[in-house]
Design a protein around this ligand. Structure first.
Ligand code: PNS
Length: 162
């Protein structure tokens, strides 16, 4: 399936990018001509990795995909979408617990910018439990994070908790 001449945006914190995120990136890259992975640069959130580091990490694990751009954004996602010319936002849905927050965000965004829609991809069952926060918690206690992250990202996370 392909939505031609379309730019999609996959937004998130990606702190750090997980195998679940990467799965959504790969699958949504097939739906758009260009997929922008939009990394939230939120200074108040106190992330583990800087926005620039998160961009580099995502670029490095998506280098085999030729229609991906990785950019940071600040402020409202719909404003960033308007700047880029994108009309579709992509979000992954893991479980029903995600649904309420995701629906609220999608409806808020659509109220602010009716021309911008959100589409949801269901997360691969293998990654249905996975989140960046859980990975950071496991890493902070020295646990094994090898099942959760792209291989090249694992040492970068371990280094943060040394
Ligand atoms: O990976 P996350 O943290 O679940 O991603 C959340 C994100 C970045 C998509 C969301 O917080 C966001 O869009 N933030 C930008 C501010 C904004 O537009 N807020 C209004 C949407 S309700």
């Amino acid at each position: 399936m392909s939505i031609s001449n379309k730019i999609g945006i996959y937004p998130g914190s990606f702190d750090p990018i997980t195998l679940g995120h990467l799965d959504i990136i790969k699958r949504s890259s097939e739906l758009f001509d260009t997929l922008i992975v939009a990394v939230l640069n939120n200074r108040t959130k106190n992330p583990l990795f800087s926005a620039d580091d998160r961009v580099k990490m995502i670029e490095s694990v998506t280098s085999d995909l030729n229609n991906i751009k990785v950019q940071t954004f600040e402020g409202l996602l719909v404003d960033f979408a308007k700047e880029t010319g994108a009309h579709i936002l992509v979000r992954g849905l893991r479980a029903t617990s995600d649904f309420e927050y995701e629906l609220q965000m999608a409806q808020t965004n659509r109220t602010m910018a009716p021309q911008i829609d959100t589409v949801f991809l269901t997360t691969d069952l293998k990654y249905a439990y996975l989140s960046s926060s859980i990975v950071k918690e496991v890493a902070s206690f020295g646990g094994d994070i090898s099942h959760f992250l792209p291989e090249s990202i694992i040492p970068l996370v371990k280094e943060k908790y040394k």
